[in-house]
Ligand binder design. Structure first.
Ligand SMILES: Nc1nc2c(ncn2[C@@H]2O[C@H](COP(=O)(O)OP(=O)(O)O)[C@@H](O)[C@H]2O)c(=O)[nH]1
Ligand SMILES: [Mg+2]
Length: 328
């Protein structure tokens, strides 16, 4: 199918076109330099999703992007399901991007669309997609913003991004999201001490999930003591939930709304989206730069330079200059 048709169909919210475009993003991430058809699609979407198009002045994406992060097993997928229901009750069109390989959404990119989300499988206003973090172009940092553009073009009002529960991705989601939800749960180690370094700092909203378990109250108190001394205009609220029973959905939604209002009023939304746009451009530029070495035999060139550096025949700066000199 040609890109023009895919783009038009995606903008009509046709799930197959949305799925195919996200597959295009995923596959292009494995190709040095990306994919020309994807470039065409992104060009079409970038102008269509700007203020005044679908966004109505809401910024580069019309959709609100909400990131959910936290350790594996904390309840991110379950909470995502709870939020889908809550936003659907409000009549919102919801996109979900699950980038957690251990997520029940995942298990093969296409399969993941269906697993465990049967409830929403026939809902034309819910798009669920998992993404694998394969690829040479910085993986998800390269692919996720483009997948967001596809979902936005499909008219999603809200996009929930469930992150990989491990490694740097756990913190990196904050650079993609308007609002970052950090989930914690009791019995997951030693409370907030066990939380990955840096993750508490990126929270706009805290969720203490599994509030049906012992230790939830203590965890809330511990968090409150951590958050209390925080200065700045936004102090992250702490919401208790039992996601598996849908309890706390209203409180969570209220906290998310409050943060959205804060983002709007403070100008922080614009600041975050500018930072996101910068990241997006830089990531693509660096990937394209890297790809330009490839035809020249970058690997061979690098091997050669590495040998010389090891043999003390050059210094790393000169070697880097020589590598850059092979660029056209
Ligand atoms: N008791 C209890 N179990 C929960 C709750 N939320 C999720 N779970 C369970 O915890 C496990 C991990 O949840 P999941 O959403 O897959 O976590 P993720 O790895 O963060 O996505 C699943 O078995 C869920 O059913 C909760 O609020 N209470
Ligand atoms: Mg999960």
């Amino acid at each position: 199918m040609d890109v023009g048709t895919l783009v038009a169909d995606a903008r009509r919210g046709r799930p197959r076109a949305v799925a195919r475009l996200i597959t295009l993003v995923e596959n292009a991430a494995a190709v040095p330099g990306g994919d020309e058809r994807l470039r065409e699609a992104m060009a079409a979407f970038a102008t269509a999703t700007g203020p005044g198009a679908s966004g109505g002045g809401r910024g580069p994406y019309g959709a609100r992007v909400i990131g959910l992060t936290g350790s594996p097993g904390v309840g991110k997928s379950t909470s995502t399901g709870m939020l889908i229901r809550a936003f659907r009750k409000r009549g919102r069109r919801v996109g979900v991007l699950a980038v957690d390989p251990s997520s029940p959404f995942t298990g093969g990119a296409l399969l993941g669309d269906r697993v465990r989300m049967q409830e929403h499988a026939t809902d034309p206003d819910v798009f669920i997609r998992s993404m694998a973090s394969r690829g040479h172009l910085g993986g998800l940092a390269w692919a996720t913003p483009q997948a967001l553009r596809v979902l936005d073009a499909a008219g999603c009002d809200v996009i929930l991004v469930e992150t990989v529960g491990v490694g740097q991705a756990e913190v990196d989601v904050a650079r993609l999201a308007d609002t970052t939800v950090v989930l914690l749960a009791p019995r997951m180690g030693d409370g907030i001490q066990a939380a990955k370094a840096g993750i508490l700092e990126v929270a706009d909203v805290f969720v203490v999930n599994k509030a049906d378990h012992d230790g939830a109250q203590a965890l809330v108190r511990e968090l409150r003591n951590t958050v209390a001394p925080l200065r700045g205009p936004w102090r992250p609220p702490i919401v208790s939930t039992v996601a598996s029973r849908g309890e706390g959905a209203d409180d969570l939604l209220a906290a998310l709304d409050k943060h959205t209002a804060y983002l709007d009023e403070s100008g922080e939304l614009r600041r975050r989206r500018l930072a996101r746009a910068r990241d997006e451009i830089e990531t693509i530029a660096l990937a394209r730069l890297r790809a330009r070495f490839a035809p020249e035999g970058r690997e061979r060139r690098l091997d050669f330079l590495a040998e010389r550096l090891l043999a003390a025949e050059t210094d790393p700066y000169t070697a880097a200059d020589e590598l850059l000199a092979t660029l056209g």
